[in-house]
Design a protein around this ligand. Structure first.
Ligand code: ADP
Ligand code: MG
Length: 234
């Protein structure tokens, strides 16, 4: 896939950021695993989608005006049937935050296997160029700011050090009765984003900010279930 074309298309549409589907296409082009998904414009298309995807699914609003979909009532997980999906979409469309926004449709996607939520991010520094970030998801990143940064491009060894730096690193190894998660899968994703020839290096002129939040890491792999890329101002 032509990832530069994908970004050029978003610029043609005067968008400040890639929508979630385009963001996931970009990640997929760099070898990260994303959930299988279909975008619909409304509840009428739901039944056909259930024949293409493995239930249960997640339904998310797609809107350039909504940054935090959950806060706006725009994410429903574990939807098992077309009837439930239809009801979820109708409820979303009726909710105040969503009905006041431009809505480009709804993304219906498969559920990632359960695991530890991590965050991989990127930011373009005016002096150093792209930086890559990794952290544990949820309160670890939001409240404790337990994250590690490096200037791109990173190598395998840098990626290893970044994970070891996290104060919550023990969680990945299965502390407190949790199952250990795949360290290889996190390292692999981190290098595909921040390594030489990786996403941030190849698109350093176009990506101001990247946020994969969360990357859900299980025992066997890592799935990027949310992706946001803010474009540099032309
Ligand atoms: P936002 O960050 O805009 O609120 P997300 O797309 O990150 O929306 O979804 C919110 C939460 O829902 C995620 O943090 C994750 O816990 C869960 N979630 C979203 N998509 C999936 C998925 N495909 N599989 C499993 N869980 C998901
Ligand atoms: Mg998110």
């Amino acid at each position: 896939m032509d990832t530069h074309g994908l970004i050029a298309e978003a610029r043609r549409q005067d968008r400040a950021a890639l929508d979630e589907q385009a963001g996931k296409q970009l990640l997929n082009a760099y070898g990260l695993t994303v959930p299988k998904s279909v975008r619909v414009s409304g509840a009428a298309e739901v039944s056909a989608v259930f024949e293409q995807l493995k239930a249960p699914v997640v339904i998310k609003v797609v809107s350039p005006d909504i940054l935090h979909k959950s806060d706006a009532g725009g994410v429903r997980v574990n939807i098992g049937s077309p009837a439930e999906a239809t009801a979820a979409i109708k409820a979303m469309m009726a909710s105040p935050a969503i009905s006041a926004s431009r809505v480009d449709g709804f993304l219906i996607e498969e559920m990632a296997p359960a695991g530890q939520e991590m965050v991989i991010g990127g930011v373009r520094d005016p002096q150093f160029g792209p930086l890559v970030m990794v952290g544990l998801g949820g309160i670890f990143v939001e409240v404790l700011a337990d994250v590690a940064f490096r200037i791109c491009p990173i190598e395998q060894r840098d990626a290893e050090e970044m994970l070891d730096e996290l104060k919550g690193a023990a969680i990945l190894k299965g502390a407190r009765g949790r199952k250990p998660v795949s360290r290889e899968a996190i390292l692999d994703a981190l290098l595909r984003v921040g390594g030489e020839g990786g996403l941030l290096m190849n698109h350093a002129d176009d990506i101001q900010e990247a946020d994969i939040n969360p990357l859900i890491v299980s025992e066997v792999g890592a799935v990027a279930v949310d992706a946001r890329f803010v474009l540099t101002k032309a």
